[in-house]
Design a protein. Structure first.
Length: 135
């Protein structure tokens, strides 16, 4: 009896397990999350952060960018081939940028620019339609 109750409870838990919901298209993730947050890091010098609030914005952008990599790995978004490895590259660089933001180290963020840009290009060359092959 107790076993049956347990099995029923377990089945109910599985049935209610929250599932991922893909809200944005790949293009929207790029334009609305990844592009603005990475731009904030690429062009950090344009409005060099000074106050605590400024640095909080840098942290927001770096963390959002790093975590957005996880969005690229969700079911329905992840693709075959080198997609996951390319995404990991972006996550790793953005994670370093987040740590640099926590340390309020603008130079470190600037030093990461090339690696960050390469992480975008690496994926785009393979997966972004029309990219790098002339329009
Ligand atoms: C793992 C793969 C991957 C990574 C990493 C990646 N992108 Fe993309 N990106 C794509 C794909 C796929 C598209 C094409 C989306 C579409 O049109 O459906 C795209 C398109 C774009 C677009 C054009 C969107 C449009 O519809 O006009 C921009 C802008 C962009 N990416 C910015 C970036 C930036 C900036 C980075 C790095 C910080 C980055 N992406 C990293 C896969 C990636």
């Amino acid at each position: 009896m107790r076993l049956i109750a347990f099995v029923l409870l377990a089945a109910a838990a599985v049935a209610q397990a929250p599932s991922y919901q893909n809200i944005g298209t790949m293009s929207q993730l790029m334009i609305n999350i990844i592009y603005p947050t990475s731009d904030a890091l690429f062009y950090i010098e344009r409005a060099a952060p000074k106050t605590e609030a400024d640095w909080n914005l840098v942290k927001n952008n770096a963390l959002t960018l790093a975590e957005s990599g996880n969005l690229l790995l969700m079911p329905g978004r992840v693709r075959e081939g080198e997609w996951a490895a390319d995404t990991k590259m972006m996550i790793d660089v953005a994670t370093l940028a987040f740590k640099a933001a926590q340390a309020k180290d603008m130079q470190k963020i600037l030093d990461l620019s090339e690696d960050l840009s390469n992480s975008c290009i690496k994926c785009h060359l393979k997966y972004r339609p029309g990219y790098g092959r002339g329009k």
